[in-house]
Ligand binder design. Structure first.
Ligand code: NAP
Ligand code: ZN
Length: 347
């Protein structure tokens, strides 16, 4: 089946309309008519070949929400007409230790939603900047009743990237820092607050202070003002970095309490460095995290629905995607672009 899509033909190329081939619906597959797809900074990193793993032509997009239009003969989890989501991966081996533990996101043989390969190891996967997608039902999430389709879409990546570290470290009485108020960061503020934490936003964009407080932060720190960090030494239980560029790791380690944690989910191209003494002296920890398994992703969607958490979105026509990418690079999105696929790519 042919699908309409937008693709980059080579690293750094502007995205342009194209058609791609989607597989026939197999026994365990569902076909999804895509209504909305969020725009993640990872789409840009990958299309610009920042991480050195890139398959072109590339159709990005891993924050997909749509409706099921066809189901295979063995499908039991979903029905035609269901509103569903697809996140950052569409398959895993389902037989390794990670898959057995429900950590499909750490399966060494997973298939990312785009810039990866289907189970045959040869057919490229294509993401949600397209009008439909065919996915094994196991990897398809239920979207709870209630939230707007466009506003819920970013939870499929931004939400599930920040939820696991917050679940581990946030909670009543916990002091949580969030570095970077972008797509991931603004959802993190909402989730950390819903978990009962006090949240401080660290941002290099002073103009975002009012939004940070509106989203639920108790405090806002402009990182241009180095003196602002001094009184915050040894204050935080956990600081979550969502920044796509290098951060001053030593400065943030110093803000952690004894046994505090710096959790890194942002993926700058350049390496990060820190002084060992900053870690050792206070038994601090640096951790990383990449998404979550299918069940944990469903848990996050249900948690967000229960707490009324969605993303603040700027809805765009797919023809405006290249300008949107530039604004993301300029940290000028409030706070997630979502492509109106139904309105701009389908008939
Ligand atoms: P985004 O919307 O661009 O947000 C990143 C934020 O980082 C910006 O809004 C900005 O916030 C801050 N920032 C950007 N450049 C900066 C600079 N030069 N100095 C200081 N701060 C800067 O991006 P996103 O979609 O949230 O993604 C953030 C990062 O997470 C990306 O690297 C992405 O690839 C990665 N990611 C990781 C995972 C995972 O599984 N670990 C999943 C998804 C995305 P302020 O304006 O407030 O400073
Ligand atoms: Zn993403």
């Amino acid at each position: 089946m042919q699908a309409r899509a937008y693709a980059a033909t080579e690293a750094g190329a502007r995205l342009a309309p194209t058609t791609i081939e989607r597989r026939e619906v197999g026994p365990r597959d569902v076909s999804i008519e895509i209504d909305a797809c969020g725009v993640c900074h990872s789409d840009i990193h990958q299309a610009e070949a920042d991480w050195g793993m890139d398959i072109f032509p590339m159709v990005p997009g891993h924050e997909i929400v749509g409706r099921i239009t066809a189901v295979g003969s063995d499908v039991t989890k979903h029905r035609i007409g269901d509103r569903v989501g697809v996140g950052c991966y569409v398959a895993s081996c389902q037989s390794c230790d990670a898959c057995d533990a429900g950590d499909e996101n750490y399966c060494p043989d997973w298939s990312t939603t785009y810039n990866g390969y289907e189970r045959d190891g040869a057919t490229p996967t294509y993401g949600g900047y397209s009008d439909h997608i065919v996915v094994d039902e196991h990897f398809v999430l239920r979207i709870p009743e209630g939230p707007d389709t466009q506003a819920v879409a970013p939870l499929l990546c931004a939400g599930i990237t920040v939820y696991p570290p917050l679940k581990d470290y946030a909670g009543p009485g916990r002091e949580i820092g969030v570095i970077g108020l972008g797509g991931l960061g603004h959802v993190a503020v909402r989730i950390a607050k819903a978990m009962g934490s006090r949240v401080t936003v660290f941002s290099h964009s002073p103009g975002k202070e009012a939004d940070a407080l509106r989203l639920g932060a108790h405090a806002f720190v402009s990182t241009h003002d180095r003196t602002a960090l001094k009184p915050l030494r040894m204050s935080f239980d956990m600081i979550l970095s969502t920044v796509s560029a290098p951060i001053d790791v030593n400065a943030y380690l110093g803000l952690l309490k004894t046994r505090g944690t710096l959790a890194i989910v942002g993926l700058p191209v350049e390496p990060l460095s820190f002084e060992a003494g900053n870690l050792v002296g206070e038994a601090r920890t640096i951790v990383g995290a990449k998404l979550a398994g299918v069940d944990a992703t469903q848990e996050m969607l249900d948690f967000c629905a229960e707490h009324g958490i969605v993303a603040d979105v700027e809805v765009i026509d797919i023809a405006d995607i290249n300008e949107a990418w530039q604004r993301i690079k300029d940290s000028d999105v409030r706070y997630r672009f979502v492509i109106d696929i139904a309105g701009s790519l389908r008939d």
